[in-house]
Design a protein around this ligand. Structure first.
Ligand code: ATP
Length: 258
């Protein structure tokens, strides 16, 4: 399978603390890859590393055959790596559509005014941008809420709006940080469907951090397990569920609770 992104023996140290230790990881074309591990395992550090907030202490991050270790976050977004956050970062006083338009504008060198009011660009161009943004909102199920203020959406829908904003950057790899946090079982099942659909429809790869194990098992093509900054396992849901080291480090308690 074609590799899109690769971590080659990547470590991240904060003083004496090794947050990631010699981690190898690949993301292949079209994959939904999940990162799991107990609290403090290094999952968020891995996302921060991929988005350029942190740089590796050693090792290489390779995206489409190019080493991107030192590339700034905005450059990575323009290259096609976008993320959502654990806590939503929406513009709560703006409408659903405006939130997506802003994300689109930020990544296409347009100003907010140009994007929203079409100043300096043609009506035709504006209509095309709006259509593109509405398409992102359709796939997350918010196309009927274009004029609603983001801050007044229920929390689950705010998280979906975050995903639409990330999609509007034109990303090729989408990093989702706990997308199901705060959702009930029905919303989670819907979210799984939507993530699969957007991966296919927009032809993008997805890396997911999520604490909900049954959702992870359901959605992932492949799972990487971190523990104390080390990759302790990698494989399909079936392989991970039956891996003794994973059960010991992470899944044991969860399995008993189910
Ligand atoms: N900027 C930082 N400075 C110092 N230590 C950090 C920093 N960021 C993360 N760490 C440490 O690195 C380790 C990994 O943290 P990280 O947040 O990546 O774990 P995590 O798997 O995302 O945990 P959680 O599931 O609780 O979010 C932890 O020991 C954490 O305290």
């Amino acid at each position: 399978m074609e590799k899109v992104l690769e971590l080659d023996k990547v470590s991240v140290k904060f003083g004496g603390l090794v947050a990631l230790n010699n981690v190898d990881m690949t993301l292949c074309r079209g994959e939904i890859l999940s990162i799991i591990g107990p609290n403090g395992a290094g999952k968020t550090t891995l996302f921060n590393l991929l988005t350029g907030i942190y740089q590796p202490t050693s090792g290489k991050i390779i995206y489409k055959n190019r080493v991107i270790n030192r590339l700034k976050p905005f450059k990575r977004v323009s290259l096609g790596i976008a993320r959502t956050f654990q806590n939503t970062r929406l513009l709560k006083q703006m409408t659903v559509l405006e939130n997506v338009l802003v994300a689109h504008a930020e990544c296409n060198g347009e100003t907010l005014l140009q994007s929203i009011f079409a100043r300096g660009s043609t009506e035709k161009r504006r209509a095309a941008i709006v259509q593109e943004c509405v398409a992102k909102l359709e796939v997350v199920g918010l196309a009927d809420k274009l004029d609603i203020l983001a801050g007044s959406l229920p929390y689950g829908e705010q998280r979906l709006l975050e995903i639409a904003r990330a999609l509007a950057t034109g990303c090729e790899i989408l990093l989702l940080d706990e997308p199901a946090a705060g959702m009930n079982a029905t919303e989670k099942a819907e979210l799984v469907k939507k993530i699969r659909q957007l991966s296919k429809e927009f032809n993008i790869e997805i890396i997911l951090i999520e604490h909900d194990i049954s959702m992870i098992m359901d959605i992932s093509d492949r799972i990487v397990v971190l523990n104390y900054g080390e990759k302790i396992a990698e494989g399909s849901a079936e392989q991970i569920q039956s891996n003794p080291e994973v059960i010991k480090a992470y899944l044991g308690g969860e399995v008993e609770e189910a």
